[in-house]
Design a binder for this molecule. Structure first.
Ligand code: NAP
Length: 487
């Protein structure tokens, strides 16, 4: 990619707020800078919304709600399908834009574009399958009609780590169900969402159905919306502390709430595992998105009979990765999102070393400019090190060992989080026993990625509640109404 390509994709994005089908500047005229984490330089700036702008976005969603809910399901589905086609046609430009604002290598940005677009294709097909039920009451006296209706205006708050897919996972089912919405992308990565709003408009989404608000005054602008009685749904993907705060705020209006929060995924390797598969799976589960994924393997819990071999082989693979600017050919690992994140990763690694962990590869920041951290493997990390308790969000793989299956499960479940777990074993009954025993919303058996638009993504415990994708995904945007009929 040339510098002209980079300028062209950045300049192609509308930088305003998208409210009621119009692009407009923030009411105070302020803008917020978007930084390229690989150079630490300003890429561009976007509108910095005020509280009044946030309210205007909700006004627009409320105004659009009734006619959108009454729009034919096929029409809603066709808009999603058209948007899926456009995203696919423009995948290269969208991937470059994402790499510039977030840092992930181009090939990973392309993978996210494909994954993100699939939610539109999946929910374009779900839009026409929303159905109810007709039954007879047990005493035979009445008939019970059950129907599904859109929840109503929804507020969607998304994180910086998957700037497109975390949005399409919410927008897809909301469009299919007939909900109008306000989307608030992360202030570090607003460009992918602004580009997506353009695509949805070109695909025929009516004015006001999707509104996008970018702001650095996030709490101040979001809280009045969450407390506004006209809002009916809050869906949030982000950190657990912010999620907890938003659940409290949403209690006032008793909103329908979905929370996709942090993770601390255990990656279990049993003594009977196929180690080639386990190392391949570990590379995916750890290094997808530079380790900045809620699904990232955070704790490698490996049977004592294979722990040394697994750690050595993982260290060889991790040490061979190329770190660099995501736009360059051959780069496997881009920068972390900012200096705060890089410093946190460095702190966790130091703490693990202080607790007796051994560095097999990596072990520190790298590069003069940009927030780079070397892919790192730490062996013999005791389970009381911070790195096992906190979300690392970086390219660091700490390994500890276990001797019995019960011990492995106890270690795996010893966390407040419960998003996903991975287990590698060739024994079917062990795989099923372990799947049942893991306190997580998702389990990957002999595979390092679980994300799939056709599957219900989500967690338990402090990883949140609600599901995105699969047949369950659209239910988050539908209410059930029952009509009793005396014949
Ligand atoms: P974050 O700090 O919680 O931010 C997420 C979003 O919430 C951003 O748009 C942010 O806006 C907004 N926000 C922050 N404070 C807010 C407030 N007081 N009121 C309303 N909105 C507020 O999380 P992050 O650092 O961007 O993302 C990383 C986290 O997301 C990790 O914990 C990761 O595990 C989690 N995640 C979970 C999933 C899942 O599906 N379970 C998927 C991806 C990521 P600003 O950008 O303006 O601060």
């Amino acid at each position: 990619m040339t510098q002209q390509d980079e300028r062209r994709v950045v300049e192609s994005v509308q930088r305003g707020l998208f409210i009621g089908g119009e692009w407009r500047a923030a009411s105070g005229g302020a803008e917020l800078d978007v930084i390229d984490p690989s150079t630490e330089e300003v890429l561009t700036s976007v509108a910095d919304a005020t509280v009044d702008d946030g309210r205007a976005a909700l006004d627009a969603a409320v105004a659009a709600q009734a006619s959108w809910a009454a729009t034919a399901p096929r029409e809603r589905g066709e808009i999603l399908r058209a948007a899926f086609e456009k995203i696919t046609e423009r995948a290269e430009d969208l991937a470059l834009l994402m790499t510039l604002e977030m840092g992930k290598p181009l090939k990973e940005a392309m993978a996210e574009i494909t994954y993100g677009a699939e939610f539109f294709r999946w929910f374009s097909e779900e839009a026409v399958r929303i159905a109810g039920r007709w039954s007879t009451s047990p005493n035979g006296a009445t008939r019970l009609l059950t129907m599904k209706q859109p929840v109503g205006p929804a507020l969607m708050i998304t994180p910086w780590n998957f700037p497109l897919a975390m949005g399409t996972r919410k927008i897809g089912p909301a469009v299919a169900a007939g909900c109008a919405m306000i989307v608030k992308p992360a202030s570090q990565t607003p460009l992918s969402m602004l580009a997506l709003a353009q695509i949805l408009t070109e695909s025929g989404l009516p004015d006001g159905v999707l509104n996008v608000v970018t702001t650095s005054h996030t709490g101040d602008v979001m809280e009045p919306l969450i407390r506004d009685p006209r809002l009916r749904k809050l869906t949030f993907t982000g950190s657990t502390p912010v999620g907890r705060k938003l659940v409290e705020q949403s209690a006032e209006g008793l909103l329908r709430v979905s929370m996709e929060l942090g993770g601390n995924a255990p990656f279990l390797v049993f003594g009977d595992a196929d180690l080639d598969k386990a190392v391949d799976g570990a590379m995916l589960a750890k290094m997808r998105n530079i380790g900045e994924a809620c699904t990232a393997a955070n704790r490698f819990i490996v049977h004592e009979s294979v722990a040394d071999e697994f750690s050595q082989r993982l260290a060889e693979r991790m040490g061979a990765l190329t770190v660099g600017r995501g736009t360059e050919d051959g780069v496997d690992v881009g920068p972390l999102i900012d200096d705060k994140q890089r410093d946190k990763v460095a702190e966790l690694v130091q703490d693990a070393i202080d607790h007796g962990g051994r560095v097999l590869t990596g072990g520190g920041p790298t590069g003069d400019k940009g927030f780079y951290y070397s892919p790192t493997v730490l062996a013999d990390v005791p389970s009381d090190a911070r790195v096992f308790d906190e979300e690392i969000f970086g390219p660091v793989a700490p390994v500890t060992s276990f001797s019995t299956d019960d011990e492995a499960l106890t270690l795996a479940n010893d966390t407040e989080y419960g998003l996903v777990a991975y287990a590698f074993t060739t024994d079917l009954s062990r795989a099923l026993r372990v799947s049942e025993g893991l306190e997580t919303g998702m389990v990957g058996i002999n595979q390092g990625v679980v994300s799939n638009p056709a599957a219900p993504f989500g967690g338990v415990k402090a990883s949140g509640f609600g599901r995105e994708g699969g047949a369950e995904g659209i239910e988050e945007y539908l209410e059930t109404k029952y009509v009793g009929i005396a014949l």
